[in-house]
Design a protein around this ligand. Sequence first.
Ligand code: ZN
Length: 278
Amino acid sequence: MPELPEVETIVNDLRPRVEGRRFTAVSLFWPRMVLEPPVEEFCNRLPGQAISEVARRGKYLIFRLDSGEALVLHLRMTGSLLLRERNASGSEPVKYITAIFTLDNGLELLFRDRRKLGTASLLTDEREIARKLGPEPLNPGFTTAVLRERLRNRKAPIKAVLCDQKFVAGIGNMYADEALFRAGVHPLRPANSFSGDEIKRLHRAIREVLRKGIANSGATFSDYRRPGGERGNQQNAFYVAHRGGQTCCVCATPIERISIRNRGTYFCPTCQGSATCS
Ligand code: ZN
């Protein structure tokens, strides 16, 4: 599932090619992906609007429009956004397309989504999505003190808390597992059980794994692709995420997989200590 680094990569790739362009048409092959406004209105209102900026908030992709509105996409589990020449000769037909957004420069954006859980909204005020989200972990305002304060009253396992978009935006299964490995923290530790030093380590680890994920253009395990169709590289750099059955590259202990609130969670039982002691 695309997380902050994957969505940031998509934004970085799209920016130079779509900013300043105008939507000329939209074709929906899975109209249920549109959350708001009603589908017909969505299809009428978008064409003609120019993209002033492409941005990310949490795992949301935002196309800010010159009207002040915003086209907001969420890729959920299996969505990706491909940019290609319209009717490119020789291009292979793409499966699982749920929407095509046509631009005025001969390019089109294809929303490809095998499980069809991705969404699109045309919002008059994009702050609507900000209300559902916690702080951006890479913003300067997300300090160790902010993390400490937010952890204080949370008793849930730290893995579940890190994946809660209201706690901090953009982190999901993969980067939560990696951050906990890097911080040397067991994923089942109650979020309010950390010492000051551990919170510092966790804060640094969160930022490091996200930055590394962006530098490696995201992780491709199944569906995620960059807009040009390329895979990311971060999957080769993970220490624990999706590495069940392999051994820890630090201590050679087999990496374990457990389920925490229905999330597959990978960790090294040696490097990441115990679930209870602090
Ligand atoms: Zn280890």
